[in-house]
Design a protein around this ligand. Structure first.
Ligand code: NAD
Length: 442
């Protein structure tokens, strides 16, 4: 007898949700069913409803402004949480309480209190939360994990990780909700959660102590004026502003059909302005960050994130007691739009070098697969939606505890930046103290 289709509902129907809704009604339609789309914006929920019907020939998916009504009417098995980061915990807890499991976009949440609320709700209800760390699933990151697991460089002692965001993709975080800590937790939550998770997973480590510094030195009005770029500060937004015509940071919502239909046409409803000037007053997140982490098994991490670089990508140097791995990716420059075709890395250029002690360097080739995030997105989608997903030998799925192990580095870093002191993660939220390996966390 065939297994009943899993009923999915999604909350937060902005740019990202298509990563989940399209495979449900497309590739995995035999195993999965999309029973509801919830968002405060009628324009955005209807946009996705119509787009899915048009592309996949399905009847209109029911849409809801009220989450509780959707839960009551549709009784989904799983809720996909795709709202701004600050609301993730609300919908995770409400879904668990209503009897559903959850698939949450990263970061699982943005601070320790909200994380604890999720832990408590999981314990109370016995339902599950999956955090979608799609970067783990890319071909390059997976190869690095494989080499470390095989013991090629021995026991990992240190990781040096530098991430570069450019003035296109990086700037985009300063145009909208991400630019306020209240909504995103800052980029050490919103963005670095990917990187912290990747490192946790690579070295199979649980972070213990965190020290951080950060500042806003490029974006925001004050910085632009101080460097002589005052002309770029004279308007609140870019769309329809003649003065902004030659501004290299300009994003015009009316020049892209998806941007226009999803964001410009919805402004009157919710007041969400997608193209605010990156050099305006009120930006309160850091654009330059340095973090140090000590892991339970002793390994150390030095990490940096810069958001106004001329190019985009990352470089990781991993030192073990038998050798070293150097890994780098360069990504094409892009602005995240609501369009799935451009929302994600396009064709990363990967370089992977392994050098054992007393030997020469060896370059290892990595075959990049088709699909977003270096081929990671389709693999992750299969694991989430297929009833016959192949067993993943690399432990790339993450539950709420592994989701927390990443976000708590960011939360601890925020606290460290505020106090000037190192922060012990277990003073924020207790991650199972009796284990040392990330793979021992759910
Ligand atoms: N894994 C990745 O690579 C990746 C990439 C992009 C975004 N994301 C994540 O996806 C999530 C959504 O990001 P996005 O780029 O789609 O943002 P977005 O701004 O395009 O969409 C957010 C949607 O949430 C809705 N919303 C706002 N407040 C809400 C509330 N209180 N309740 C319900 N819905 C609400 C908005 O109306 C909007 O439609 C974020 O958590 C983000 O971190 C992940």
């Amino acid at each position: 007898m065939s297994q009943k289709r899993t009923r999915y509902a999604a909350v937060g129907t902005g740019g990202r949700v298509v990563m989940f809704t399209r495979p449900i009604v497309g590739t995995y339609q035999k195993d999965a069913e999309l029973v509801g789309l919830c968002d405060p914006s009628e324009v955005r929920r209807t946009f996705h409803q119509k787009a899915l019907s048009k592309e996949f020939g399905i009847p209109p998916v029911p849409t809801y402004a009220d989450f509780d009504v959707m839960m009551k009417e549709q009784k989904p098995d799983v809720v996909i949480v795709c709202t701004p980061d600050c609301y993730h915990h609300e919908y995770i807890v409400r879904s668990l309480e209503a009897g559903a499991d959850v698939v949450s976009e990263k970061p699982m949440t943005i601070d320790a209190e909200k994380c604890q609320a999720i832990f408590d709700a999981v314990k109370r209800t016995g339902h599950k939360v999956r955090t979608t760390f799609n970067v783990r699933w890319g071909a390059g990151p997976t190869k690095v994990r494989q080499l470390i697991e095989q013991g090629v460089i021995g026991r990992v002692m240190h990781v040096d990780f530098e991430y570069l965001l450019n003035t296109s993709h990086g700037a985009d975080y300063f145009r909208r909700w991400h630019s306020h800590k209240e909504f995103s937790g800052g980029l050490l939550l919103h963005k670095s959660t990917h990187h912290f998770d990747l490192i946790n997973w690579w070295i199979n480590g649980i972070p213990e102590t965190v020290f951080a510094m950060g500042d806003l030195v490029f974006y925001g009005k004050k910085n632009a004026v101080a460097r002589g770029d005052e002309t770029w500060t004279r308007y609140d937004r870019y769309t329809g502003v003649a003065e902004a015509k030659d501004d290299p940071f300009r994003l015009a919502l009316d020049e892209d059909p998806t941007m226009r239909e999803m964001y410009l046409n919805a402004e009157k409803e919710t007041g969400y302005i997608r193209d605010q000037n990156v050099f305006r007053e009120g930006v309160d997140i850091e654009d330059t960050m340095s973090v140090m982490v000590r892991y339970r098994q002793g390994a150390m991490l030095t990490y940096s994130l810069n958001t106004f670089c001329p190019r985009e990508g990352f470089r990781a140097s991993i030192s073990g007691d038998r050798g070293r791995i150097e890994y780098s990716e360069e990504h094409a420059s892009h602005i995240i739009t609501g369009d799935a075709k451009t929302d994600g890395y396009t064709g990363p250029e990967i370089k992977l070098i392994v050098q054992k002690l007393f030997e020469g360097p060896q370059e290892i080739s990595v075959e990049v697969l088709e699909g977003g995030h270096g081929g990671g997105d389709p693999l992750l989608q299969e694991q989430i939606f297929s009833h016959a997903a192949t067993r993943d030998p690399y432990g790339r799925s993450a539950g709420h505890e592994q989701g927390a192990a990443s976000l708590l580095i960011g939360a601890a870093a925020n606290k460290s930046m505020a106090t000037g002191l190192p922060v012990n993660i277990n003073d924020l939220v207790t991650l199972n103290p009796s284990v040392k390996l990330l793979s021992d966390l759910i």
